[in-house]
Design a protein around this ligand. Structure first.
Ligand code: FPP
Length: 250
């Protein structure tokens, strides 16, 4: 079956999808493989899901690829994840240019090793004018760190006189988050059955629909992706209103 066409035929295809790609370690363990094998397979699934998203016309795909807390994992795993990231970006850049994909990144990017920074900066600048899918990678990302950085940034603007306290509203806060140019996600998917946010986009997910799937990320095929989007398509997003208000009955 062509899952791209199936996705396109759904009502309410989300414009911005955020994914917590969880379960690489368990996938590897179930097969008596090293955890890194799970991450490698996870990286291949990233390529696949990016392709399906692009072909289905999804506008923004935010992937939680490495959290602030992930720095505390064994060095060998952190190093492997950094290498995989560098390899992924290097391998995919020509394809991103061909497919009109724009790459952006959110997080404390200065914490990344220099070689990843260099590849990342080059990918971001080379793809900056692309107008198709925006692939947004959360790297060294933590939502509390992001909110802390927003507080610091707003405080500096107040102290240098470029912002007044009276001007602070939700829009000002949004504009000082790492995601400032990106609308909030419509759908957040977490794989592997865990029902946690794990410090991911705490401010931005206020009205986002969540779909948790038991599938481990390395098993997250285009079919599973389609099923997840189908579940979303049945949701009624009320943004605090009543169902009758949304349907225009009152
Ligand atoms: C969570 O699984 C996954 C990660 C911490 C890393 C995600 C990285 C990738 C999918 C590959 C590299 C990324 C890109 C963008 C090329 P886990 O290790 O916590 O799994 P577990 O909970 O089963 O142990």
């Amino acid at each position: 079956m062509n899952y791209v066409e199936e996705i396109k035929s759904l009502d309410n295809v989300p414009s911005h999808i955020a994914i917590i790609m969880d379960g690489n370690g368990r996938w590897a363990k179930e097969r008596n493989f090293n955890r890194v094998v799970g991450h490698k397979r996870g990286s291949d699934i990233v390529s696949l899901i990016v392709d399906v998203s692009r072909e289905a016309g999804i506008k923004i795909l935010t992937l939680y690829a490495f959290s602030e807390e992930n720095w505390n994992r064994p060095k060998i795993e952190v190093d492997a994840l950094m290498s995989l990231l560098g390899e992924y970006l290097t391998k995919e850049l020509p394809k991103m240019m061909k497919d009109n994909v724009k790459l952006t990144a959110i997080g404390r990017l200065h914490s990344l090793p220099q070689f990843v920074r260099d590849i990342l900066d080059n990918t971001v600048s080379t793809t900056a004018n692309n107008t198709g899918l925006n692939l947004n990678l959360a790297l060294s990302y933590g939502s509390r760190a992001e909110i802390t950085d927003a507080f610091i940034s707003i405080s500096k603007q107040i102290s240098d006189g470029s912002l007044s306290i009276d001007d602070i509203d939700e829009n000002v806060i949004s504009q000082n988050l790492y995601t400032k140019d990106i609308p909030d996600p419509d759908l957040m998917i977490r794989t592997s059955g865990e029902t946690r946010l794990s410090n991911f986009l705490l401010y931005q997910l206020a009205y986002t629909e969540f779909v948790i799937t038991d599938t481990l990320w390395p098993d997250f095929t285009p079919k599973k992706y389609y099923e997840t989007l189908k579940e979303y398509s049945f949701r009624e997003r009320r943004f605090g209103l009543t169902s009758e208000q949304i349907k225009g009955e009152i």
